[in-house]
Design a protein around this ligand. Structure first.
Ligand code: ASP
Length: 310
């Protein structure tokens, strides 16, 4: 019989507080994914398997953890016993992992990310309900033949293309940046199927940084980065600018962006506003990141630069 595979990566969903009166003072990534499943009565009779891929506070997410996750997903794609995958994750960088999986996954099986805003030890923990919902969504999607990537959070389902953390502490912290959640009748957006090799066969991703345009942004930080070779020996390869409004930039920062481009750095524009992104227009001086958030645009630029390597 086929089962849903739950991959644990840590996050607040696996967090605990040592003092029940100070639940906000908790540590993320303390409980195993097996313990998370055991705490959900609705999952007691559901055919499931679990695998602990990582145990991190997702503020510390990075390439190495993504590679471990990529390996586990690739393995699960080849395993006929696995019908769907659920990934437990921290909320802080969930949108970056979602965007990465959407870019690489080939759409053979559904992948559902889930998370929680309150630690597992809280009396009103949201993790158990979110996990139960994610498994339900994953099972139903497998039955319908869906194979994309979504996030199930606070009772709603978001496409991995749209999902983003929109509130720093509300229990319903995610939205779609203007896009609606998916309902039962909407088919999931197809993932881009770029393949896992981009991730798994790249030990060191190119150095891509994110900076913001703001009042008095004069490009000092960017010039400093251009003048500095990182301890790894890597120079700056890419830059995402979180621009004002629909992709506008302080004129002084724009001059530094030009210096970066002259030095061979790929420069993309995203928007620091919560909705709308930066839509490409004819005659753009700088590529626009579309609807992606600045942090998601950074992930996409990393992937572009790896694919462009000779
Ligand atoms: N810092 C935590 C994390 O992203 C926050 C959370 O999961 O809500 O892992």
């Amino acid at each position: 019989m086929s089962h849903v595979l739950i991959l644990g990566t840590g996050g607040t969903i696996a967090g605990t507080a040592s003092d029940p009166n100070r639940q906000w003072a908790y540590r993320a990534a303390q409980l195993s994914v097996e313990q998370l499943v055991a705490a959900v009565p609705e999952l007691a009779h559901v055919p499931l398997a679990t695998k602990q891929v990582a145990q991190v506070d997702s503020k510390d997410m990075g390439w190495i953890t993504w590679q471990a996750l990529g390996h586990a997903i690739e393995e699960a794609m080849a395993d006929e016993a696995v019908s769907a995958i659920v990934v437990t994750h921290g909320t802080d960088t969930l949108e970056e992992t979602a965007c990465l999986l959407h870019a690489l996954h080939d759409g053979r099986k559904p992948i559902v990310l889930t998370a929680a805003m309150r630690p597992a030890s809280a009396p009103d923990a949201d993790g158990p309900a979110n996990l139960a919902h994610a498994v339900k969504v994953a099972k139903a999607a497998a039955q319908r033949g869906e194979g994309g990537v979504v996030a199930a959070l606070a009772g709603r389902v978001w496409s991995a293309r749209d999902v983003r953390k929109a509130h720093s502490h509300a229990i319903d912290a995610f939205d779609g940046g203007g896009a609606e959640p998916l309902d039962d009748l909407t088919s999931w957006p197809s993932p881009e199927a770029r393949g896992w090799r981009v991730l798994l066969e790249t030990p060191f991703p190119p150095r891509v940084e994110l900076i913001t345009s703001h009042a008095d942004a004069d490009g000092w930080l960017l010039d400093a980065a251009l003048a500095h070779v990182h301890a790894s020996g890597q120079a700056l390869a890419g830059l995402v600018v979180a621009c004002t409004g629909h992709g506008t930039v302080h004129e002084k920062l724009a001059q530094a962006m030009q210096r970066a481009r002259d030095a061979g750095v790929a420069v993309w524009r995203s928007s620091r506003t919560a909705r709308g992104g930066v839509q490409p227009r004819d005659g753009d001086a700088w590529p626009a990141a579309g609807h992606w958030t600045p942090a998601q645009a950074r992930v996409r630029l990393v992937l572009e630069l790896i694919s462009a390597r000779p």
